[in-house]
Ligand binder design. Sequence first.
Ligand SMILES: NC(=O)c1ccc[n+]([C@@H]2O[C@H](COP(=O)([O-])OP(=O)(O)OC[C@H]3O[C@@H](n4cnc5c(N)ncnc54)[C@H](O)[C@@H]3O)[C@@H](O)[C@H]2O)c1
Length: 262
Amino acid sequence: MKLKDKVAVITGSASGIGRAIATRLHNDGAKVVIADINLEAAQKTAKELDALALQVDVTDSKSVDNMIAEAKKEYGSIDILVNNAGIHIQKLVIELTDDDWDAIQNTNSRGVFYSSRAAAKIMMRQDSGRIINIITRLGGNPFSSAYMASKSAIWGFTQCLALELAPYNVTVNAVAPGHIGPGTGMSKWFEAKAEALGQDWQTFEKNVLSSIPLGRWCSLEDVAAAVSFLASDEASFITSETINVTGGWSSYGATPQKEIFE
Ligand SMILES: NC(=O)c1ccc[n+]([C@@H]2O[C@H](COP(=O)([O-])OP(=O)(O)OC[C@H]3O[C@@H](n4cnc5c(N)ncnc54)[C@H](O)[C@@H]3O)[C@@H](O)[C@H]2O)c1
């Protein structure tokens, strides 16, 4: 129970990685807030974890401010903020629309700014806190330019905010998952990528796994364990860092063949 009575707000935690993080922090003793754009799913997850469910759209600053205010009102503090909500639209640069670009940056970058700004004000007054941003293993990856741009922005944001909040005993770090296997909303993009590369699923999976030195998909629990560590007292001297949870994979996705551009 290393997080006993800590209050943790996790965005996008109705499902996928966010739900696994909420479950892990709950098992560590934290009071968790399941904040998601999908209220029905958030309520379902919250029920399983005896948690508070809140509807939030991280692209809307008023909605985010309300999430932080409601969580503070319910539990009295905000000790841990996990910025996990994210979306991916997988397209070649020449196919990306203005709206695709904006949707990705607004959710994955702007949303992290909004939540961090609102929580930081409370954490500074508390003189304690943890902000943990879920990014991705950064590097070249075809079909993922807008997504990578949004996550790279938060890699930089993490390091700047860490310095601003260090005098207040608030740490700010990032966790960068590698390839999460089938089972989250975002994993469907792997199926689309296999198709775009002209590979059947078995061939694609074999190629992906052979590029991961530890030879398996990253699990939701692998990511949650890194978050749990960064949220704990054991990580009190770690700030401005990124933990890659990749099994040793370094991010260079397969180069698409010229035919797909035609
Ligand atoms: N799945 C992967 O392979 C992978 C790899 C690296 C990083 N990540 C990152 O992990 C995080 C979670 O990904 P996932 O695979 O669990 O995705 P997911 O689609 O399963 O879950 C995302 C959750 O965020 C919520 N959400 C979406 N837009 C929102 C908004 N505007 N406001 C509030 N909530 C919103 C969704 O309702 C959903 O519950 C994302 O930031 C993603 O970029 C995922």
